[in-house]
Design a protein around this ligand. Structure first.
Ligand code: GBH
Length: 458
């Protein structure tokens, strides 16, 4: 197997606004659902909030310097909707926008391509109070927001992404409630999924109309890489159901122009899907320029006769499915380390959407990284994790997958949603008392991979 990545392969790192920016109440920003959620006792481990996060809003130049020394070719970040359009309606906020203009200019000045995600989970609280993603109106608000940002930054940002992981927004936000806004209504979660799909399609149209030059548009999905625990018919059926709810609920309308019939049948006891109106699916099927894949670990399922009492499920209509922890290595999130899931997804989308370029928009791992006595941070497990996953990317490339780039999650340790600051995904360590940044050993390793375009042996 070759160890060389193709010329022009885009080497990146990714972050998200609420996880790094802080400055939650500055320059006219209004609260998002994550401000409300994290300030609600019991929702986030340790009562952590994104009020300060890594302080990136005030350390932009330092952080772009870290990217430049890493030799990044691209940086994937998200725009905080309530920072640039406070309350989610009306005109753009010039002060909020200034931050992203300056960021993009800094990146371009260092030859780093900006990859701008419009939505990484921070819905303006006012829009949630008006119904949130289960309300159709939110999709139209999102298209307006996309238009504003397209007008403002479309002259200098070429690569755009509409949504990050709409599965999490819909099902962790409105079914299991472990993410903001913390609601637990399965029918609302399915409505939310549809309105996120619609928001994606309308925003893609709005972006093309607003930008002053052609833009590339993608979406980042956390396709679950679902496996059946055994090849028995009931276990394969469990796999089919979770694949429908995790992946085909998005790729059905986005890539193939229809919701999968088996999904509609599986969820018929929850909703009749009458919220899908004529023309919606056509709008959702807006041609994409690339598909973003976020991958961490596979999901292993089997059929279950009785799940017993349990917390609200993020899988509406999948009551008879059990989830398993495969044996083997795990990260600090307790997620298994299994790069074959990434290979499988890359080959799957190569078959399913021939000709559509693929991007690994997130991949990485949390480990319990601590500075040693000299203040250095060694993270050999992260190096091994990324090495193994890049090997899977190379293998997929060799087998015909059109993978154009890889974005490490994440540049910095950051606010890990309901886990607060307890989980560290960064290749750069952040001391939350001082906000000091310390590149870990994986940073030097990744810089070498980027500079050589090769995986070192081992
Ligand atoms: C990504 O989410 C996010 O985009 C990013 O912001 C985040 O920091 C990063 O990954 C690390 O978590 O079967 O119910 O247990 C990944 C979220 C986590 C979603 C695992 C699916 C399993 C769902 N994924 N999760 S469940």
């Amino acid at each position: 197997m070759t160890v060389n990545f193709p010329p022009g392969f885009l080497w990146g790192a990714a972050t998200a606004a609420y996880q790094i920016e802080g400055a939650a109440q500055e320059d006219g920003r209004t609260p998002s659902i994550w401000d409300t959620f994290s300030h609600t006792p019991g929702r986030v481990l340790g009562g952590d909030t994104g009020d300060t996060a890594t302080g990136h809003y005030h350390r932009r130049a330092e952080d772009v310097g870290l990217m430049a020394r890493l030799s990044l070719g691209a940086y994937r970040f998200s725009v905080s909707w309530p920072r640039v359009q406070p309350t989610g309606r009306g005109p753009v906020s010039p002060r909020g926008l200034d931050f992203y203009r300056a960021l993009v200019d800094d990146l371009l000045g260092h030859g780093i391509r900006p990859v701008l995600t419009l939505y990484h989970w921070d819905l303006p609280q006012e829009l949630e109070s008006a119904g949130g993603w289960p309300a159709r109106e939110t999709a139209h608000r999102f298209a307006d927001y996309a238009h504003l940002i397209g007008e403002a930054l479309g002259d200098r940002v070429e690569m755009w992404s509409t949504l990050n992981e709409p599965w999490c927004s819909a099902f962790l936000g409105y079914a299991s409630g472990v993410h903001a806004p913390g609601r637990t209504d399965p029918a609302d979660a399915l409505r939310a999924a549809h309105h996120l799909n619609l928001a994606h399609g309308l925003a893609a149209q709005a972006l093309r109309a607003a930008a002053s030059r052609p833009v590339g548009i993608s979406v980042a999905l956390n396709s679950a890489a679902v496996r059946a625990r055994t090849p028995s018919a009931p276990d394969l059926d469990a796999q089919r159901r979770i694949d429908a709810l995790s992946t085909r609920i998005f790729t059905g309308p986005m890539l193939h122009g229809a919701y999968p019939a088996d999904l509609l049948a599986d969820t018929a006891g929850i909703t009749d899907w009458s919220f899908v109106r004529d023309g919606d699916v056509d709008a959702i099927k807006h041609p994409l320029d690339a598909l973003g894949i976020n991958y961490y670990a596979p999901t292993v399922v089997s059929a279950a006769t009785d799940n017993g009492p349990r917390a609200a499920s993020p899988w509406p209509g999948a009551d008879g499915v059990a989830f398993h922890r495969p044996p083997g290595k795990r990260t600090a999130m307790d997620w298994s380390v299994d790069p074959t899931g990434l290979y499988d997804l890359l080959l799957r989308f190569t078959r399913e959407a021939p000709g559509l370029p693929l991007l690994v928009t997130e991949n990485g791992a949390a480990y319990d990284d601590k500075p040693d006595a000299e203040g250095a941070v060694h993270d050999p497990e992260r190096i091994a994790y990324v090495h193994a996953h890049l090997e899977a990317v190379l293998r997929a490339l060799g087998d015909g997958a059109d993978v154009r780039g890889y974005f490490l999650w994440s540049l910095l340790d950051n606010f890990e949603w309901s886990y607060g600051y307890s989980k560290r995904f960064g290749t750069v360590h952040v001391d939350y008392a001082t906000l000091a940044r310390t590149p870990k050993s994986s940073y030097r390793w990744y810089a070498e991979v980027i500079r050589t375009g090769q995986l070192p042996p081992g």
